[in-house]
Design a protein around this ligand. Structure first.
Ligand code: ADP
Length: 250
């Protein structure tokens, strides 16, 4: 088995205010894998992502993240809020991580254009965030994450604020980008349907303190189109996960 992109082993997280967010969380993300984390609100999903990104330290247990050791650009984060700079064009927003790495605008241009093409915004490089819809702003946020060609993409409920149709389209386009670039993805959601549609594997977490209480493999080929949502595999997996989530709330 090739080296994991990130491994958590027996990880506890207790915050300074005494809240124990995680208790004995173990998980391993393989290179190129699409993994979803599903669980009740407040169960520690964002905390897992923050630990995997090296933004916070565990209280106990071990975290190994070769993708972090080899340079911060190997790991990218996408949040529910696209957090774009309103005064900068779409292209300049996407340029940001490359600029921070010392790459000039002209030098970065081909990579910026490629990242925008990947998310379907090739024609919007010169636009400003306030000219874009919510879905388009999220696409810019994804392009900004992918422009560094990360090995690991961490996504924290990125589509939760979007309408159903936009969310469905972004799911399909995210999978296309994942297939094209081969990064590993950890996708936090509390939607059973979204977890099943996207993932090869879903981990279900218990209510706080969060633990991994269940795992489901989604054995369906990619590319997955809208038709996958009407398949028997999809509905069986959703029913199974809905039951696991019910148990997690208990
Ligand atoms: P989820 O992403 O599953 O909704 P979080 O990881 O955001 O859950 O939070 C898990 C628990 O830890 C929650 O009860 C939250 O209030 C608490 N928590 C998160 N961050 C902090 C912090 N910096 N300080 C104190 N408590 C926190």
């Amino acid at each position: 088995m090739s080296e994991a992109v990130v491994t958590l082993e027996g990880v506890d997280k207790r915050f300074d205010n005494g809240v124990q967010a995680l208790a004995g969380v173990s998980l391993r993300v393989a290179p190129g894998e699409f993994l979803a984390l599903l669980g009740p609100s407040g169960c520690g999903k964002s905390t897992v992502l923050r630990l995997a990104a090296g933004l916070d330290a565990p209280s106990a247990g071990r975290i190994d993240a070769p993708a972090l050791r080899s340079g911060a650009a190997d790991t990218a984060f996408v949040f529910q809020d696209p957090t774009l700079m309103p005064w900068a064009s779409v292209a300049d927003n996407v340029w940001l991580p490359l600029r921070l790495a010392g790459l000039g605008r002209a030098e970065a241009r081909p990579r910026i254009e490629a990242a925008l093409a990947t998310v379907g915004l090739a024609d919007f490089a010169a636009a400003f965030p306030n000219e874009l819809s919510g879905g388009m702003r999220m696409r810019v946020s994804i392009a900004r994450a992918l422009v560094t060609r990360p090995r690991l993409l961490l996504m924290d409920e990125p589509f939760a604020a979007l309408d159903e149709i936009t969310r469905g389209r972004l799911n399909i386009d995210l999978l296309a980008a994942w297939q094209a670039q081969g990064f590993a993805a950890v996708f936090v959601t509390h939607s059973v349907y979204e977890a099943v549609f996207l993932s090869q594997r879903v981990l279900v977490m218990s209510a706080r303190p969060g633990r991994v209480i269940d795992e489901l493999l989604i054995d369906a080929p990619y590319p997955r189109s809208a038709a996958f949502r009407h398949s028997a595999t999809f509905s069986t997996a959703c029913a199974r996960l809905a039951a696991a989530l019910e148990a997690a709330h208990a």
